[in-house]
Design a protein around this ligand. Structure first.
Ligand SMILES: [Zn+2]
Length: 384
């Protein structure tokens, strides 16, 4: 049943005949499943505007936008963003709750999620009990099956069971995942991955994340901790990473890695600048061609290129999407990424794996968190 729902979602509008062909299911099976989904009011049908031939008009199926409402939230550096989505994944309303701490406690996390969710609920004129599922994205090492966050650069305590904290308020199914998987779900549902069944999403934010889509679904590994690309090693005994180990990709590419070198590299007096301004200044000087700032980006580009080459060699993906707000300085990295890929990615008889850059801000992450809740609900529909 989940496969049928996914296919209807992907096609937006489709027929029983097309579903049968796309999913390689018998017409009788499709008719039975569609009957069940119509009864549950998860999908709706209407006559096609035009029908081929003279026979009965074809009935077209689509998701019932009003069937369920879900909320999603994302823990960002300095804020929680939320979005409320209908069953088709369209945004109904959004909310945001800023905080000033660099790392927050479980209590603050709960309070800020509450605040951002209340804003979104009020904007949509909805009550909390009208939300059918909740998805939460957190950067770090997340065990999706239990909702346990073993480590996050934005949480002061660890391990922390994020699902248990949210369950104190929300009386609906709660799904917690690594933020890179939210980006990947958003690409799969709404973005560049709609037409692909095997692709990768690499997120460059404060850290470097990876989402792996195999056969139209996210691969999460044995315990749901899977695909920690940012902590794969690109240098033996290399730079120290926030995770405590050395030589991680993140330790060369992420903001904290660039910041570590920015203070020493910048030519102007930068002592009064905050982290974000410091990074902007580094990028400006690199773009002007000043040697040391430019060399910092060149090295980051080489390291990211090496990581991407390893991914291509491992997965042979149809597409890699580079996503996230921080990818804005991609032009400073791309020459070195390209060179390193050429030298290290296996290429046989076809063109190199396409790598597409997709910049998106905090709002889309929250939409991805909503998609996580919808995906969980669709999975649960199979249990009936
Ligand atoms: Zn690490």
């Amino acid at each position: 049943m989940a496969r049928v729902l996914r296919e209807v979602r992907l096609r937006r509008e489709t027929s029983r005949v097309n579903l049968s062909a796309a999913l390689n299911l018998s017409p009788a099976t499709v008719t039975a499943v569609i009957g069940d989904l119509l009864e549950q009011e998860l999908i709706v049908e209407k006559r096609a505007a035009t029908s081929p031939g003279r026979g009965r008009p074809q009935m077209m199926l689509s998701l019932n936008a009003d069937a369920r409402r879900v909320a999603g939230a994302k823990l960002n550096d300095g804020s929680i963003t939320t979005a409320i989505l209908d069953f088709k994944g369209e945004i109904i309303s959004e909310g945001v709750a800023p905080f000033s701490e660099r790392k927050i406690s479980g209590d603050t996390l709960k309070a800020k999620v509450d605040e951002a969710l209340d804003t979104a609920l009020a904007a949509a004129n909805l009550r909390q009990d009208q939300i059918d599922a909740f998805g939460m994205g957190v950067p770090g090492f997340i065990e999706t099956q239990t909702g346990m966050c073993h480590w996050s650069p934005l949480l002061a305590e660890g391990p922390m069971n994020v699902r248990a904290i949210l369950q104190q308020r929300l009386n609906c199914p709660i799904f917690v995942d690594n933020d890179a998987n939210l980006a990947t779900l958003a690409e799969l549902w709404f973005g560049l991955g709609r037409e692909e069944s095997d692709f990768l999403v690499v997120t460059v934010e404060h850290g470097v994340g990876l989402g792996v889509v195999i056969d139209g679904r996210i691969f999460r590994g044995g315990r749901g901790l899977g695909a920690e690309f940012g902590h794969t090693k690109v240098q033996i005994d290399g730079a120290l990473c926030r995770c405590g180990q050395r030589g991680c990709l993140e330790a060369y590419v992420a903001d904290f890695a660039l910041l570590r070198e920015a203070g020493a590299a910048l030519t102007d007096d930068v002592s009064a600048l905050g982290a974000s301004e410091l990074l902007d200044q580094l990028a400006v000087e690199a773009l002007e061609g000043i040697e040391i700032p430019a060399s910092i980006y060149r090295r980051a580009g080489r390291m990211l290129g090496l990581g991407l080459a390893n991914l291509i060699n491992l997965f042979d993906p149809a597409l890699i999407v580079l996503a996230g707000e921080r990818i804005r300085n991609h032009q400073l990295l791309e020459t070195e990424i390209e060179k390193t890929l050429k030298a290290n990615a296996i290429s046989v008889d076809r063109l190199q794996t396409p790598i597409t850059v997709h910049r998106w801000g905090d709002g889309l992450w929250a939409r991805g968190a909503g998609a996580l809740a919808l995906d969980g609900l669709m999975e649960m529909a199979t249990d009936r």
